[in-house]
Design a protein around this ligand. Structure first.
Ligand code: NDP
Ligand code: 2IT
Length: 449
């Protein structure tokens, strides 16, 4: 691992000790602390009053029991989480993840990353994250609804338009947000649209929120390619995952003239050299909630599915990992570099291992970290909050054009900050420092709280 400034070493030791065993959280904190040495030598005031210690400690962590009854009338118990990480810039804001791998360390890493990501958007939102170890796969709509209702039975006490505003993440999309919002409305007897984002258009959602994360990542990477006079035009791309982020990254890459030859789910990946058929992908994933292994049969000919294996073995110019954390390893990075990758943009949160990031950067590959590249989702959530607060609803074009501007601004802020701090082209350092400075300035103004 890269070195951490010796003044910051005790902070890392405390984080490791206090959050024993939470390896993803350790990884996320380590990466940010690696960048902060340069900040405290230039602006030592940010090390005062234990500011960095405070930024690493969530303001509040809520863990609760979620009992629910399945379709066979059996009682199931899951664990629910909401980690309210930092509210210096605005109400806690961040998604809910429903996946069997969820634990407090994963939610904490996501909440920590979210704090800096939200700061980078320039919008008034703090950082938080939540979710459950509930596995939605194979569950009926009725089971999903009863789970969401039970989850909200506890969570409603802790959230609100001015307090904490959850949204979707892995396993939580429009259907779940609808059930969650319905139960919040019933429990509180308030039509408080701004309490959740990612809502359906019929009850206060924003146009372009569904598309925002994938589109935003693509806008970011397009601008990053532009710094070397390149673009997506004619480039062979690989996008991992086949959920919300992946589908809309693929859609925008196609509109920019790129060719996406593969995508994946947790069973394996599908390769279609003529280009992934986006309508078919949406039909399989958004309508049928099915598996990618069905793609070749439904497509007819010209594609194949590989069970297991690594999607990163496929040669490509641009890679957009959009499934989950640590899905792209050092070994995968070596193969991508050998195969001539020129840009990597993290659609997911922390999908590249620290080794992989180092290999890309050493090889001169343009590398966009998730907290910058995938910030378009939460930024558009903040635009949804604006529309709810003003009881307004914007057109798709207006919302998408705000999103594009925000992504370009984030790109430029990361690039300029990296330059200012002596590491031109290092978007990891640029994103960490630009996000940190914004949160730190607000925290200093608010006193020791
Ligand atoms: P979805 O649930 O819509 O899709 C997730 C995709 O990733 C699925 O294809 C899923 O496959 C795959 N996947 C999930 N977990 C694993 C795993 N452990 N191993 C292999 N594949 C896995 O989620 P999203 O598209 O919303 O989220 C994807 C990533 O993007 C996450 O890291 C999330 O935190 C991040 N993100 C999401 C934002 C949003 O607005 N939704 C905003 C910013 C970041 P399968 O169906 O087989 O499980
Ligand atoms: O990781 C993320 O930024 C999200 N899952 C979106 C959060 C949000 O509040 O829209």
């Amino acid at each position: 691992m890269n070195s951490i400034d010796e003044k910051l070493q005790p902070i890392l030791s405390t984080v490791l000790h206090r959050n024993a065993g939470e390896k993803e959280f350790h990884q996320a904190v380590h990466e940010v602390l690696e960048s902060l040495g340069r900040v405290i030598s230039k602006r030592p005031e940010f090390a005062d009053d234990a500011l960095i210690e405070r930024i690493c400690e969530p303001e509040r962590q809520i863990i609760f029991r979620v009992p629910w009854v399945d379709d066979r009338s059996e009682v199931q118990i899951n664990r629910g989480f909401r980690v309210q990480f930092n509210s210096a810039l605005g109400p806690y804001k961040g998604g809910l993840r429903f996946h069997p791998s969820v634990n407090v360390g994963i939610i904490k890493f996501l909440g920590f990353e979210q704090t800096f990501k939200n700061a980078l958007t320039g919008l008034p939102i703090g950082g938080g994250k939540g979710g459950s170890d509930f596995n939605p796969k194979g569950r009926s709509d009725g089971e999903i609804m009863r789970f969401c209702q039970s989850f909200m039975m506890e969570m409603h006490r802790h959230i609100g338009e001015y307090t904490d505003v959850p949204a979707g993440d892995i396993g939580v999309g429009g259907r779940e947000i609808g059930f969650l919002f319905g139960m919040y409305k019933r429990l509180t007897n308030r039509y408080e649209a701004g309490v959740l984002t990612g809502k359906g258009l019929s009850y206060g959602g924003s146009r372009a929120r569904t598309e925002a994360t994938g589109y935003g990542t693509t806008y970011f990477v397009q601008r990053m390619l532009g710094t070397r006079d390149m673009s997506f035009e004619g480039k062979r791309c690989v996008v991992s995952g086949s959920g919300n982020v992946a589908i809309y990254a693929i859609e925008k890459i196609l509109s920019f003239g790129g060719l996406v030859v593969a995508c994946s789910d947790s069973d394996g990946y599908v390769v279609d050299d003529a280009g992934i058929d986006l309508d078919l992908l949406k039909e399989i994933k958004e309508v049928r909630r099915g598996r990618l292994s069905d793609y070749p049969r439904l497509k007819g000919k010209g594609s194949h599915h590989i069970q297991g294996g690594s999607i990163w073995e496929l040669p490509c110019a641009v890679a957009i990992p959009s499934a989950t954390q640590n899905e792209l390893t050092g070994n995968d990075a070596k193969i991508l570099v050998t195969n001539g990758v020129v840009a990597v943009g993290e659609g997911a949160n922390m999908p590249c291992t620290p080794d992989a990031v180092r290999i890309f950067q050493k090889a001169g590959v343009l590398f966009a970290p998730g907290k910058a590249a995938n910030a378009g989702g939460v930024a558009t959530s903040a635009l949804e909050m604006q529309q709810n607060a003003s009881r307004d609803s914007w057109s798709f074009e207006k919302t998408e054009s705000r999103l594009a501007t925000i992504m370009h601004n984030i790109h430029d802020a990361c690039a300029e900050t990296a330059e200012e701090y002596g590491a031109p082209g290092d978007y990891v350092l640029g994103a960490n420092i630009a996000g940190f400075v914004r949160v730190a300035e607000a925290m200093r103004a608010l006193g020791v709280i």
